[in-house]
Design a protein around this ligand. Structure first.
Ligand SMILES: [Mn+2]
Length: 304
């Protein structure tokens, strides 16, 4: 049942931040995922669950047109980095609940650094967006569009290194799955950096099963394990209406479930973020429940 590198201990770390996004409300995401029954569900699977509570970002900080509220985002990432490092040092599995996706710069960086002496980590990033902008390429200035490039060393310098002396993740083990809303300059950066992208058109033609088989190979072979960063906006708004940056015609809930199940079956999952649940825009916590379901499946829940 428990597939996460034989670790039976899960630490939940929430991050109540929406400063990385223009649409407010994802700061309440960790609460909505907990209200969906996440903790009892994980305990029923046999896990020992430790809720470390939520990180609250500072109220004030500097802002730039091309890096909105960057001081608050970076300070929050430093706090999250320390929390995830503490969890990994204890041998527990970090489950990070967003919050906007800017938090992945903190969580992934902590995981990459923790395993530095053992080898490289791989990343599977399931998202409608690339999250591969920098302060130069960004159109919106929203920092939740930059974390994936930041952990690879290609993001804004203060998001790449917020005081932690980062170990960059090699793009050779990084995969983007189900993207279909890339900025032009962002896509060029991803190609230049050697990212593997399986856009939603690949899901259409080859199916999620074949795409994920390849994604797990790229992120999992020759690495110490896989970090899953799951943005609920990958899922089409009919199933996941509660998200800040919805994009029409995304993947289905079943495709998301299959991806999560396959990652669990790989036995290589070492850490996970679930981000961008926005309860203000949601319908009766539908998206919070969906997020909880995806987490359970990624952590090994079986339907039969
Ligand atoms: Mn994202």
């Amino acid at each position: 049942m428990n597939t996460i590198n034989k670790k039976n201990e899960i630490d939940i770390i929430g991050v109540q931040i929406d400063f990385g996004a223009s649409q407010k409300g994802v700061a309440m995401g960790p609460l909505s995922i907990r209200y969906a029954g996440l903790k009892p569900s994980l305990r029923a699977m046999g896990y020992n669950v430790h809720d470390k509570g939520d990180i609250i970002p500072p109220e004030d900080g500097m802002s730039l047109r091309n890096m909105i509220r960057f001081e608050q985002v970076n300070a929050t990432n430093k706090e999250l980095y320390d929390a995830v490092t503490d969890t990994l040092d204890k041998g527990h599995f970090p489950l990070v609940l967003g919050g906007d996706h800017s938090i992945a710069a903190g969580s992934v960086s902590a995981v990459a650094k923790h395993y530095e002496g053992e080898g490289e980590i791989g990343i599977i990033w399931i998202d409608a967006h690339g999250d591969w902008n920098s302060d130069k390429s960004t159109v919106s200035g929203n920092m939740h569009g930059m974390p994936y490039s930041a952990v690879c060393g290609w993001g804004p310098s203060s998001m790449v290194d917020f005081g932690q002396d980062p170990h960059y993740v090699s793009t050779a083990h990084c995969v983007q799955v189900a993207g279909h809303d890339f900025d032009k300059a962002e896509a060029e950066r991803m190609k230049e950096a050697g990212m593997t992208v399986f856009p939603i058109t690949d899901v259409d033609t080859r199916g999620m099963y074949e795409v994920m088989k390849d994604a797990i190979k790229i992120a999992g072979d020759g690495t110490v394990g896989i970090h899953l960063s799951f943005d609920v906006d990958a899922i089409t708004p009919e199933y996941a209406p509660g998200t800040g940056t919805p994009v029409p015609n995304g993947i289905t809930a079943r495709e998301a479930f299959l991806a999560a199940e396959m990652i669990a079956d790989s036995g290589k999952l070492i850490s996970m973020d679930l981000v961008e649940v926005n309860p203000i825009l949601d319908e009766r916590n539908k998206t919070g429940i969906l997020a909880s379901d995806i987490i359970q499946l990624a952590l090994g829940k079986k339907v039969y």
